[in-house]
Design a protein around this ligand. Structure first.
Ligand SMILES: NC(=O)c1ccc[n+]([C@@H]2O[C@H](COP(=O)([O-])OP(=O)(O)OC[C@H]3O[C@@H](n4cnc5c(N)ncnc54)[C@H](O)[C@@H]3O)[C@@H](O)[C@H]2O)c1
Length: 259
């Protein structure tokens, strides 16, 4: 296992939910963390609770904004070793009711965002790049990026794209001897982040008649219960330190997809 202590990470979508827990867990293990998100006020509050953390406002769908985020990492920490592409959005809807606008919104944030984060991560960490010492890129996909589920078709399209983008980037970096590993993580439903509103979202989308039914359905799908943000954060730390892991998909679902 590679030591994480002393490394530098950029975590997107870190103003709350899973991103803030991932950033805090990396910091616990001695990583210097740059938190990024659209929501600057929330970002500032979260950063103030994490030792040594810095933050910068960042739109993952915008290439100029990526350039600024990378510059912030270099200015604050003088390097970059880990990029966690965590920012994402989900809209629950049957495909027959999903507007093209909402479909494209999910592709933009989840897939374009992960693409730009992967691209800028490679450019920055590869030999000759601004940081130049290799590193790792971790793309937070979803179990919905591996299997389909009712009401999440647009989200699955985006997260499935993230899964194969990850594999392509992994093999490209390996062949080019960049010293950069690229992996994806696939959580099922996690309490925290938009997992907190999943029951009401399912009702609003007309998928179930009430929240109790939504809860019963999700509990039955997850034999070990829903996940916690810490479960995903632990996974990120493992992947960041697993030096022979590349192009892999870490499924975190308490066995949900094993049935
Ligand atoms: N919570 C779950 O159950 C769950 C399950 C599987 C996968 N995920 C994935 O985990 C990641 C984090 O999700 P979460 O549950 O913490 O959601 P969340 O909504 O709490 O956090 C997402 C963050 O992304 C930020 N964001 C949105 N658009 C952005 C943009 N254009 N640029 C920068 N930041 C932007 C938001 O401001 C927010 O802080 C997402 O990629 C999500 O798809 C979540």
């Amino acid at each position: 296992m590679e030591k994480l202590s002393g490394k530098t990470a950029l975590v997107t979508g870190a103003a709350g939910g899973l991103g803030s827990t991932i950033a805090a867990e990396l910091a616990q293990r001695g990583v210097k963390v740059l938190l990024t998100d659209l929501q600057e006020e929330r970002l500032e509050k979260v950063a103030s609770t994490i030792e040594g953390a810095r933050f910068v406002q960042h739109d993952v769908t915008n290439e100029v904004s990526w350039q600024h985020a990378i510059e912030a990492a270099m200015q604050n920490f003088g390097g970059l070793d880990i990029v966690v592409n965590n920012a994402g959005v989900a809209v629950f809807s049957l495909l027959e009711n999903l507007s093209l606008e909402k479909f494209q919104f999910m592709q933009r944030v989840c897939l374009d965002g992960a693409f730009l984060g992967t691209k800028w991560g490679i450019q920055t960490m590869r030999p000759g790049g601004l940081a130049g010492k290799g590193g790792c890129i971790i793309n937070i996909s979803s179990l919905a990026g591996i299997v389909g589920s009712v009401g999440l078709g647009g989200y699955s399209a985006a997260k499935g794209g993230v899964r194969l983008l990850t594999k392509a980037a992994a093999i490209e970096c390996a062949h080019l001897r960049h010293g950069i590993r690229v992996n994806s993580i696939h959580p099922a439903v996690v309490k925290g982040g938009f997992g907190d509103t999943v029951f009401s979202d399912m009702v609003k989308a007309g998928l179930v008649p009430d929240e109790a039914t939504a809860e019963a359905a999700l509990n039955s799908f997850h034999p070990m219960g829903l996940g916690e943000p810490e479960d995903v954060a632990d996974g990120v730390c493992y992947v960041a330190s697993a030096k022979w892991m590349n192009g892999a998909e870490l499924v975190l679902d308490g066995g949900a997809s094993a049935q």
